[in-house]
Ligand binder design. Sequence first.
Ligand SMILES: NC(=O)c1ccc[n+]([C@@H]2O[C@H](COP(=O)([O-])OP(=O)(O)OC[C@H]3O[C@@H](n4cnc5c(N)ncnc54)[C@H](O)[C@@H]3O)[C@@H](O)[C@H]2O)c1
Length: 379
Amino acid sequence: MSKDRIIDVRIPGERPYQVRIGRGALSTLAGTVRDLKECRRVVVISDENVGPKWGKTVREYLSGAGFETYDLLIPPGEESKSLEMAGELWSAIADYGFNRDDLIVAVGGGVVGDLAGFVAATYMRGIDVVQVPTSLLAMVDASVGGKTAIDLPQGKNLVGAFHQPLHVCIDINVLSALPDAEWANGFAEIAKSSVVAPRRSFYEWLRNNAAGLVSRDPMLLEEAVYTTVDFKASVVMKDATESNGQRASLNYGHTLGHAIEASSGLGTIWHGRAVAEGMRFATRLAVEVADADIAFVQRVDALLDSLGLPQLPFQLSPEDLLAHMKTDKKARGGVVNFVIAEDFTSWELMAVPDDVLRSHLTAWCQNKARLAAAQGGAQ
Ligand SMILES: NC(=O)c1ccc[n+]([C@@H]2O[C@H](COP(=O)([O-])OP(=O)(O)OC[C@H]3O[C@@H](n4cnc5c(N)ncnc54)[C@H](O)[C@@H]3O)[C@@H](O)[C@H]2O)c1
């Protein structure tokens, strides 16, 4: 077994915690919990895809170490990030008689992590949660940083809380049966981080190892997850509650990405592919508004291609996309604020006037429609 790697997350005013990353890291979880907390009872929250395999494995480790364990399964998918589901989980753990001495362990993708994290943040005004992310996206993004949320019919993540975990345990081995779409979602977040991270060496490494990553080499995956989490942790430590702008860098590619997802109907286009499109768009916008070099555009294109995130054909309306972009959380007073990278490692949050966006979106949508026609239809 490889030696696990540890990232320390130290946020001012919060209890520090560690992210453990390795191939086989799950086997350390019970011992870590024992060291961190005097607790007897643990509930493992998971979804119906992940629970029978990885939720069960975690529960067995915990039971084997003497913890009294319970499990709760939710249906897979974004629909479970609801007030109703949170209510069911609150009631279930209240029925178990849980209190602040007890622990929630979230084993799953970002849906489980956000929902179980939200339940932990709110039950008895906050009980401890350990995050055990099982999708690539949850490993590199959702599990670290303490954002928890549920959705409302009016929008995603509208109700939530910052609640840092007690510990995060990332075991690369759990990715063995991850569906293709989920790989794309994770790779897009890794690519995003490589553009805005402060060291260009991350991009160089990713470029050189993209083929190995898409063929799912566990050692390379571990390295990519480690570097991405290390970057995310460094951002969160500077801006834990998204209050001074630092955390905006994590949103690179997401302003148009979210608009594409919303305009095309949620779930139609994989999140990772939409974010990759958002990154391609942001590089082209940067040529006009930030003097980015065309070579940068080409490098980002090539990186995304090599990570299995090819250009998307689609038929969407520029006005529709612009309207969705105005609902982005970074928009202020009706003006869209874009994370613009002028080159690798160099980004800023920029207010982009509507007319500039409109002309870029129009040209972009025409290109995409041509691509769709050439390929015989939208995505
Ligand atoms: N809190 C944050 O900072 C943050 C950051 C990014 C995203 N998110 C949230 O994360 C959610 C998306 O997360 P996601 O992409 O992981 O989606 P998800 O949780 O829906 O997981 C995707 C699918 O993969 C399955 N799956 C997960 N792990 C698996 C495994 N090891 N083997 C087989 N199948 C597996 C799940 O059952 C699900 O069907 C969104 O709700 C988003 O808002 C939160």
